[in-house]
Design a binder for this molecule. Structure first.
Ligand SMILES: *Cc1c(COP(=O)(O)O)cnc(C)c1O
Length: 355
């Protein structure tokens, strides 16, 4: 315990932020100064077209209306939120704040979401992979052995894409306490689980960044609205470097509308749960299916005799699934999203016709 405390006290945000970012004077947009055009003021500050229904104006750069709804939904303060053009943008901002190109490294736990590696590559940051164990859980000792002075971030995905399981909280906690860099927990699928978000632990862990999205459970993948929840200190640095108008006005409006009436999302979550069990049972009954993994998300990973063959056969029937063959531990696996009731029916019918 004593040792844990000692390690934890080494977390020093100022030392983690790239010097060029620490020194950066952010761009101040016209809308930074006066963020809500309309009302009584005459807005001649942003070279906009003055005619229109509102879309002629630049959007609120800090998405204040959306943040206040999100904050109360998530039980955090608006100052603990940054919203991005999808959570992929927020992940990219994290790389650009914390990882000096050509110098920093990050740790990922494959099989997992592919964007961590791609964003690392784009930012010229080394990726150190510590594969999950055979229960799809983090190997904490190996992770900590892989950390060195240049390790800036460790990525957990929980529930994990593509395996569908949650990361055990004692293992995540161990890393949060022992690692002095940033621990990112990607919770893109948290709404599908009954487990709590790690965002409730922010006060205990200044190095924690939780990433969520409206793309999956809330049905807004096309609007591109994702967000991170973290300490005010971390959020304010991310805010410094984000593109000023990164979330467009139509998407802000659409997200507000969706969050104001969460009934659709709730209905969808109930359907997913039901349909998931139906699909899992259906998959298990097929003799070319070798393993079906438990899922806390809106997809199922399963192992077949020959993933390429089954993928092609499905494709020939007009059904597109995701091959995960090639990722660590994922030999001959396919990942299937839970579709509509009808789509799932068609999927099961087609799968049953294969031999
Ligand atoms: C889908 C997904 C995302 C991307 O979300 P966007 O907000 O649409 O960019 C992030 N992380 C994981 C694990 C995902 O599966």
């Amino acid at each position: 315990m004593k040792e844990e405390k000692a390690i934890r006290s080494r977390f020093d945000l100022r030392k983690l932020v790239r010097p060029c970012i620490a020194q950066l004077k952010p761009y101040r947009s016209a809308r930074d100064e006066y963020s809500t055009p309309g009302g009584e003021m005459i807005f001649l500050d942003a070279n906009e077209n003055p005619y229109g229904d509102g879309i002629n104006r630049y959007p609120d750069p800090y998405q204040n209306a959306l943040k206040s709804v999100l904050a109360s939904l998530k039980g955090v303060r608006p100052e603990q939120l940054i919203i991005g053009n999808g959570s992929d943008e927020v992940l990219d901002l994290l790389f650009r704040v914390f990882c000096e190109p050509g110098d920093a490294n990050v740790i990922t736990l494959p099989p997992t979401y592919g964007m961590y590696g791609v964003l690392a590559g784009v930012n010229n940051v080394e990726v150190r992979e510590v594969p999950l164990d055979d229960q799809w859980q983090p190997r904490t000792d190996e992770i900590l052995e892989t950390v060195d002075d240049q390790t800036r971030m460790i990525f957990f995905c929980s529930p994990n894409n593509p395996t569908g399981n949650l990361m055990q909280s004692n293992k995540v906690k161990e890393i949060l306490q022992a690692f002095a860099g940033i621990v990112v927990i990607d919770e893109a699928y948290i709404d599908f689980t009954s487990s709590d978000s790690w965002s409730s632990m922010l006060d205990d862990h200044p190095n924690l960044v939780v990433v969520q999205t409206l793309s999956k459970a809330y049905g807004l993948a096309g609007a591109r609205v994702g967000f991170a929840i973290a300490s005010e200190a971390i959020i304010s640095i991310l805010n410094k470097i984000k593109p000023p108008y990164n979330v467009n006005a139509l998407s802000q409006e659409k997200a507000l509308e969706t969050l104001r009436d969460p009934e659709d999302a709730k209905r969808f979550l109930a359907t997913v749960k039901e349909q998931k069990f139906r699909l899992i049972d259906g998959f298990k009954a097929l003799d070319y299916v070798e393993q079906v993994f438990e899922s806390e998300a809106n997809f199922i990973l399963f192992r077949v005799d020959d993933a390429q063959r089954r993928y092609d056969e499905l494709l020939a029937k007009g059904i597109v699934v995701r091959k995960r063959h090639g990722l660590p531990g994922c030999d001959n696996t396919l990942r299937v999203s839970i579709g509509t009731i009808t789509e799932n029916e068609v999927l099961l019918t087609v799968l049953n016709q294969l031999n």
